[in-house]
Write a protein that binds this ligand. Structure first.
Ligand code: DC
Length: 206
């Protein structure tokens, strides 16, 4: 069984996807981490981020492994450069191949989270969810997370960053963030993590 969870940054989809996968004994696949890893690699290798051919070659020659502890891919520098990578159709098609392979490899099933899982990667997924929340609430969550890490940050700036990322994610020429027609929309603005997890699980009866 393939479960697709899409949604914008801060909608809670990563935490919810991880917990749903754990509850079901399914494989958890964070597809954003793949785009982040490629971005980090391109930055470390000092590749020209405007040269699509170079980026596609890199994507073709990169072996992707799932590693839950890779913190270096979550820095603001990586986040700010992701669009150079995620906007290239030839790069995305390589990532989609990995994502499908990981999904099919899972014995019991897999929970994949990202932006285009229900629309592009697994259009035939047995269950599709689109998690969303208000911009204010998503900024508040991010603010709390960063503050707990001891970072000095400004809530207004975070909200602005989220709006910019939403725009980039929703207007990407390929693989744009979009709710699949047959996805269940879950607004997590007023939900706790546990409530969101239960809500998703309530649609997965098998
Ligand atoms: O889920 P995340 O915030 O870690 O994802 C980081 C970026 O990667 C996101 O802003 C857009 C890109 N991404 C994508 O283009 N397609 C996906 N399936 C997942 C992420």
């Amino acid at each position: 069984m393939i479960i697709a969870i899409d949604g914008p940054a801060g909608s809670g989809k990563s935490t919810v996807a991880k917990l749903v996968a754990r509850r079901l004994g399914f494989l958890y696949i964070d597809t954003g981490a793949m785009y982040r890893s490629l971005t980090l690699k391109a930055m470390q290798d000092k590749l020209n981020l405007n040269d699509e051919k170079v980026l596609i070659d890199m994507a073709k020659n990169t072996k992707i492994e799932l590693n839950p502890k890779a913190a270096a891919i979550r820095t603001p520098e990586v986040t700010n450069n992701i669009s150079y990578i995620a906007n290239v159709p030839g790069v995305r098609s390589e990532m989609v191949k990995w994502q499908r392979a990981f999904g099919y490899k899972s014995k019991k099933g897999a929970v994949l989270e990202g932006r285009d899982i229900g629309t592009v990667v697994f259009p035939d997924a047995e269950r599709k969810f689109y998690l969303d929340a208000s911009v204010t609430e998503r900024a508040r969550r991010r603010f709390k997370e960063l503050k707990e890490k001891g970072m000095k940050i400004n809530l207004g700036q975070i909200e602005e960053d989220i709006r910019i990322r939403d725009k980039k994610d929703k207007t990407r020429p390929v693989g744009a963030l979009k709710k699949a027609k047959d996805a269940v929309l879950i607004d997590t603005t007023e939900l706790t993590i546990e409530q969101a997890v239960e809500k998703v699980l309530s649609y997965i009866k098998y």
